[in-house]
Structure formats: structure tokens, C-alpha cells
Design a protein. Structure first.
Length: 139
């Protein structure tokens, strides 16, 4: 029996990603790797966060759906990558906690087979609630 370490497994995944990208793209760079593995790039995550923070709920939902469909990105991956950004945003602790709890609930429901389309609505709504709560705290 061969025992593989976690780091070795990460290298295997990394190499396989590079191989797949080189087979599907003329250049192997950050954007082509993210596109090949259908994972949101840091720039895309910041853009998606901008949508939910600055656009009306229906516009944000539509724009995020468009990006998800064009890039093949999963909502789970968006939530995973948006979490560190939420931790860096200047928010009152109560609002940040409510937002993180909402995202946790969305992840839980998706793990149990809930519709990603419905959970995207919950995702956008969580940020809308956070915006409303923040606006009510501003004098």
C-alpha cells in the first residue's frame, strides 16, 4: 500500500491542471488555468462581490448567473473564495456574522442537494440584507 501525503496529492492535482490546460489552450497562464478547471479567478470573485454589494438584487442575480453560466463556475466555489474578502470588508461584527451564517446555511443546503439556482437567490439576498442592515446603522 502506498501512502500519499497531502502535499504530494496537491502537486498531482496541480500537474494535472497544467496538463489539461496545455491541451485546451495555446498558453498556460492564470486565466487559462482558471477557465480550464472552471474555478473563479480572484478578479472574477472581486467582480462578483462588487455585483452583490453595489447592484439591485435582480441585476446582481442576473449578472452572477450570466458569469456562472459562461464560465461554468459553481456557487460553492464562489462562496469559498468570497469568504476571505468578506473578512476584510469593514463591517460591523453583527452584520458580518449574519452574512457568514447565511453563507454557511447556503453551503449546507447545497451539500444536501438543494437547487443551486435557488441558493444563488439566497446568496444575493444575504448580501442585500447586509446592505440594508448597514444602511440602517448609518446616521
Amino acid at each position: 500500500m502506498v501512502c500519499l501525503t497531502q502535499i504530494f496529492l496537491m502537486y498531482i492535482i496541480y500537474l494535472q491542471s497544467m496538463k489539461s490546460t496545455s491541451m485546451s489552450s495555446k498558453t498556460v497562464d492564470g486565466p487559462s488555468v482558471y477557465a480550464c478547471v472552471a474555478y473563479p479567478s480572484p478578479a472574477e470573485v472581486r467582480s462578483l462581490l462588487d455585483h452583490v454589494l453595489n447592484e439591485p438584487i435582480s441585476t446582481a442575480y442576473h449578472n452572477i448567473t450570466t458569469v456562472k453560466n459562461l464560465k461554468g463556475i459553481a456557487l460553492q466555489d464562489i462562496i469559498t473564495e468570497i469568504h476571505p474578502l468578506i473578512m476584510r470588508i469593514d463591517l460591523p461584527d453583527a452584520i458580518r456574522c449574519d452574512l457568514l451564517i447565511a453563507l454557511s446555511d447556503i453551503e449546507n443546503r447545497m451539500s444536501q442537494g438543494a437547487s443551486e439556482r435557488l441558493q444563488l437567490g439566497a446568496f444575493v439576498s444575504a448580501f442585500t440584507r447586509a446592505k440594508i442592515a448597514l444602511e440602517s446603522k448609518i446616521p
